[in-house]
Design a protein around this ligand. Sequence first.
Ligand code: ZN
Length: 116
Amino acid sequence: MTPEFLNQRKEDLLREKEEIEKELSSFANKTSENNWETNFPHNMNNSNEDEDTDEVEEYENLLPVERSLEERLMNINIALEKIEKGSYGKCDKCGKEISEERLTAIPEAKNCIECN
Ligand SMILES: [Zn+2]
């Protein structure tokens, strides 16, 4: 792996991180580095039950979105840490190098194709 390749992956990861954080911040609050809480609808009132139900439903629909974005963000942070430590691009399971092709497609990949 060339330093250029590594630098490009780092840029990809940072860009992706920014995008995910932007997306998350549109409906959730950051509580710690890898943790976000979906905002519960604040204009809940009992005068219109149908509307309240819609908002609760929307909240419930957002939870899995939050979780999957959060997970991606966590993987991105792990990958960025590995770049700093010089251990980026190695499979977590078998320790072999992950192909550059795979890292280009998924810069936060933790496993090689065989272990995925
Ligand atoms: Zn592997």
